[in-house]
Design a protein around this ligand. Sequence first.
Ligand code: COA
Length: 249
Amino acid sequence: MSTGDGITYREIEEGDFASIKALHVECFPVQYEDAFFRNACRGVGVRDAPLVSVVAVDCESSSVVGCILAQFNPVARIDDKHLFADSAEPPVDALYILTLGLTRAYRRSGLGTHLLQRCTDRARANARCGAVYLHVIHYNESAIRFYEKNDFVYLRTLDEFYTIDQTYYTAYLYILYVNGHRAPLLSRVLLNARATAKQSLTFLYTWVATALMRIASDGASGAAKLPRGAQDSFPPNYRKEGVVATPMG
Ligand SMILES: CC(C)(COP(=O)(O)OP(=O)(O)OC[C@H]1O[C@@H](n2cnc3c(N)ncnc32)[C@H](O)[C@@H]1OP(=O)(O)O)[C@@H](O)C(=O)NCCC(=O)NCCS
């Protein structure tokens, strides 16, 4: 299906092996075996689970420019036993994102968000599904920002999760709860504490940055001291010629 943005979206096909493999080599430090791509092209995920896939194809060049591969994992078979709060009707499945990647030229224009949304829509449409989750290597800050922007929350850290060139790397587990399901109580408490700490840090950072900018601009202009009233009112909305202090909070 084409969406009018010059990109067509479809499921993965048998003939995608070479282009999907090339895309993964470009996007990920982890090397996947050919069997992973062969199975994916047949619609089969890890441990024979049926694959959920969306492939983005450039209409003009007919080349694959991005894809998301995911699978519904039965909650009972997921190693992590603390993804969900106890509930009278626990979820049966959780949608696991195996990989999501775009070729470089197509990044940062909303395509990743579009592919992710198509995938999360599948999870929401499945009443048995309680969440969409994934692992991201700890240093992939752009992906972390991307998932957080798309309402995924950090749940936990997994040490030595990835092995790349005989070196272990930490992964973070990110999750988006759907269909009314929630994290376990302790995780919710920790998540709230983390969000509060993050907000406080942003607040502090903004305050310090604003103060430094003000000092720098005073120094540069050789300006004398601020008028008493302005000093008293800082930081909210202090204005002087050419300088507007950013309001905090
Ligand atoms: C991660 C990836 C799929 C994101 O797709 P994308 O189409 O580039 O992202 P979007 O344009 O939809 O971005 C949505 C938001 O994510 C965040 N984001 C995305 N890329 C970012 C970057 N490089 N730096 C900081 N924030 C970023 C921003 O908040 C952005 O919103 P904004 O553009 O309004 O600021 C893409 O960058 C990619 O393929 N990366 C390489 C493979 C990879 O790391 N995959 C994830 C593995 S877990």
